[in-house]
Design a protein around this ligand. Structure first.
Ligand SMILES: Nc1ncnc2c1ncn2[C@@H]1O[C@H](COP(=O)(O)OP(=O)(O)OP(=O)(O)O)[C@@H](O)[C@H]1O
Ligand SMILES: [Mg+2]
Length: 269
């Protein structure tokens, strides 16, 4: 098992991210109990695991939202303690959370430039004006580049489907020069069509190159389709890690089933 892990890791050359023995405690709760992970440049890592396994906590450490209690992080090869979300962002780490944080009543192009509006010099030297025309054009161009089709970038986000909204959030993250993109359950609560749309989008981003992606997922088959590698988390630990090509839905289900049976056995006695 150890040798397998090392092969899976070593084959990925330069690393975008590396975490060693990450521990996170919230008072008496140990959410992460020594998690190590690697994310190769240009790779997609899928993280699977039960409710409460520590997946979101891990993502929140990688985005600087939480700081680890113990363990180290390397970002683009350098040891780094991520102090805040802004700090992580300045290193090219962007996250799309499940509850998106889009402003629903604002237009698509407004959302894509939220908090980083394009401005131009106004009639006086001091006054700067938000350049709507340029933002509109850039938003349309960007969405076109990554293959997201919307009727008009002037549409308010609330008029879009869940999948399209998720696509806008991904496009916004990519637009901010993300080099590492973290997606926390991007397909949750989505129908098959919408999920396929997001999977396509992520694959297109991967093909463009330069972007390393971590996706937290629920569906084993979708994860094996999209990710180069998968990691299974259980009770704050990584219990299995493998290249997608070397495992299967049946094997993953087997591991989880064994764990479930072991837990039932301890609960009964
Ligand atoms: N801010 C917090 N304060 C206290 N405990 C927390 C906090 N955040 C997470 N936890 C606890 O840490 C553990 C891991 O939670 P986490 O949200 O990382 O799980 P998860 O794998 O993302 O689960 P889910 O699949 O349900 O999203 C849980 O026991 C949770 O209750
Ligand atoms: Mg979670």
């Amino acid at each position: 098992m150890m040798a397998e892990l090392q092969t899976a890791t070593a084959a990925f050359g330069e690393l975008a991210l590396r975490g060693d023995n990450l521990v996170k405690r919230f008072g008496a709760v140990t959410a992460l109990d020594g998690v190590s992970l690697t994310l190769g440049k240009g790779q997609i890592l899928g993280i699977l695991g039960d409710n409460g396994a520590g997946k979101s906590t891990l993502v929140k450490i990688l985005t600087g939202f939480h700081q680890q209690t113990d363990g180290t992080l390397h970002v683009h090869g350098e040891e780094t303690l991520l102090k805040s979300v802004d700090h992580a962002r300045s290193l090219g780490i962007e996250c799309v959370y499940q509850d998106l944080a889009l402003a629903n009543s604002l237009s698509i192009y407004h959302n894509m430039f939220l908090n980083r509006e394009i401005v131009r010099r106004g009639p006086s030297r001091i006054l700067r004006l938000v350049d709507h025309r340029q933002m509109r054009e850039r938003a349309a161009q960007l969405l076109d580049d990554i293959g997201v089709h919307v009727p008009s970038v002037d549409l308010p986000v609330e008029r879009l489907s869940g999948g399209q909204r998720q696509a806008i959030a991904v496009a916004r993250a990519v637009n901010s020069n993300a080099r590492i993109l973290l997606l926390d359950e991007p397909l949750a609560a989505m129908g098959a069509r919408e999920a396929a749309f997001i999977i396509d989008l992520v694959m297109r981003l991967k093909e463009k190159g330069g972007l390393s992606i971590i996706m937290i997922m629920h569906n084993y088959a979708q994860t094996l389709d999209i990710a180069d590698r998968i990691m299974l988390m259980q009770r704050g630990r990584v219990t299995y890690e493998q290249r997608s090509a070397n495992t299967s839905v049946a094997e993953l289900m087997d591991i989880v089933r064994r764990e479930y049976r072991a837990m039932r056995a301890t609960n009964v006695h």
